[in-house]
Design a protein. Structure first.
Length: 117
């Protein structure tokens, strides 16, 4: 039994070619006319949080109290793009100034001394 010769690519109808990698609908990327303006560091620090542990505090106050909370805001909050951008502006400033933040361990550490008893 002989194999079939390769088919000419021009013989295929590109509109009717169905492949597993073809998306199910049209893919369109819409970009804004111009990018949004980045907030200044002052504007970012004056933004008040409306939720969570630091409800009513400004991002500048949270920066002084617990900068790791800003990390959490920038990674977790999806409903408020403007707030995330402002938190990232503050975090970028902390990194530019070389201020380090303590990272919490991914898994809880158990104190074996407290378990004895």
């Amino acid at each position: 039994m002989r194999a079939q010769p390769p088919m000419d690519r021009r013989a295929f109808d590109p509109d009717n070619e169905l492949r597993a990698s073809t998306p199910t609908g049209p893919v369109e990327v819409r970009r804004g006319a111009r990018p949004e303006r980045m907030p200044t560091l002052r504007e970012a620090r004056e933004t008040t949080l409306e939720f969570g542990r630091y409800h009513g505090y400004t991002l500048g106050e949270v920066e002084l109290l617990e900068p790791n909370y800003l990390d959490w805001v920038s990674r977790t909050i999806t409903r408020d793009r403007e707030l995330v951008t402002k938190a990232r502006v503050i975090l970028a400033d902390l990194e530019d100034r070389g201020l380090s933040r303590k990272n919490r361990p991914a898994e809880p550490e158990f104190d074996t001394r407290a378990a004895a008893g």
